[in-house]
Design a protein around this ligand. Sequence first.
Ligand code: PHE
Length: 346
Amino acid sequence: MALKDTIQELMGQVQTLSASNAEELEALRIKYLSKKGEITALFNEFRLVPNDQKRELGQLLNQLRQEAENRINELREQFEAKQAESDRLDLTRTPDPIALGTRHPLSLVREEIEDIFSRIGFTIAQGPEVEDDKHVYGMLNFAPEHPARDMQDTFFVEKEMGVQKPTDVLLRSHTSSVQTRVMTSQKPPIRVLCPGRVYRNEAISARAHCFFHQVEGLYVDKNVSFADLREALLYFSKEMFGADTKIRLRPSYFPFTEPSAEMDISCNICGGKGCSFCKGTGWVEILGCGMVDPNVLEACGIDSKVYSGYAFGMGVERITNLKYRVKDLRLFSENDVRFLRQFESC
Ligand code: PHE
C-alpha cells in the first residue's frame, strides 16, 4: 500500500481511538507512537519517499502524529479526572462522629428530683393537663370566688369552638390536681411525686411564661407530721444543691394546706453570704408546702381524723435556674440548639 494510503487509514483509526482504562490507553500509545509503533515506522518509510512527494507526505505524516498524540492525551485527561474524583472519596476514612442529641435541661433536673425522692419511697403519679375545675380547684378547698380561677390566671377551654364562654374545662394551673386524682383513687399510705406541665395566663417574659413545669409531692398516712415534711425537704435540698445547704420555712398560705409554708434554701451561688442573685439576703425561695388541709382529705374520701399528710410543690424551671443559672425562662422552650448543646455532657 502506498504510504499516503497507509497514513489515511491510520488517521481514520486514530480519530476514533477509545480505551476503557489507563492500561488500554498505554497499549494504544505503544501501538502507534512508541519507537516501534506504527506511526514511528511510517517516519522510517518516509525517508525513502522521492523528494517531490516529501512536502505533501511529510505534512500528512506530521498531522497524523499530532492527531494521535491529541487523541491519546484527551483520553488520558479523562482518566485522570475520573481518578481524581475517586481519590477524593476515601473509603477507608472513619465516618464523621454522629452528633448526639442532648437531654433537655428541664428533663435532666426533673429526673434528678424524681431520683432523689424515689430514694425515700416516692413513686410517680401523673394526671391530665386538660382538667376540670373540681380537680384543680374545687376539691382543693379553693373558695368559689378564689382569684386563681379568674380568667387572668387560668386558661379555660371552650366547649364549643369559637364560643366565648367560661366552662369548667381548663388547662391545669398546678399539678396539685394530681393530688386529688390520686387521693380519690388510692387508699393511704400514699407517697407520690407528680411531675408535669402547667399553664397560666401570663405575659411571656424572661421571668414568666404561659406554661412551665412543676413537681409536686404528696404523703398521706397515719401520724404524718410537719417535722416529717421538714426532714424530707432538708434531705432533698442537700441532695440537690450540696451537703452544706440550709433550709428556712416561712409561714405562707395555700387553700389546700394548713399550716402552709414557703421554703428558702441558702443561696447556692454565694453560699449564703449575699449576692445579686439572692438580692443580698443569702436565701432563695424554691417551693411551697404544708400539711394537707383536712377539708381536702375529706373531699377526697380520706378520714382526716385517722390520716394526715403533707404536700409540697416546686417549679422545675426555678430549680434549673439555680443549678445551671439560666437567666431567661424563654430559652427553655425556644429549642435553640446553641443553648441546648451546652447540656451535652450533663
Ligand atoms: N400548688 C402550689 C403552686 O402551684 C404549690 C404547692 C403544692 C404548695 C403543694 C403547697 C403544697 O404554687
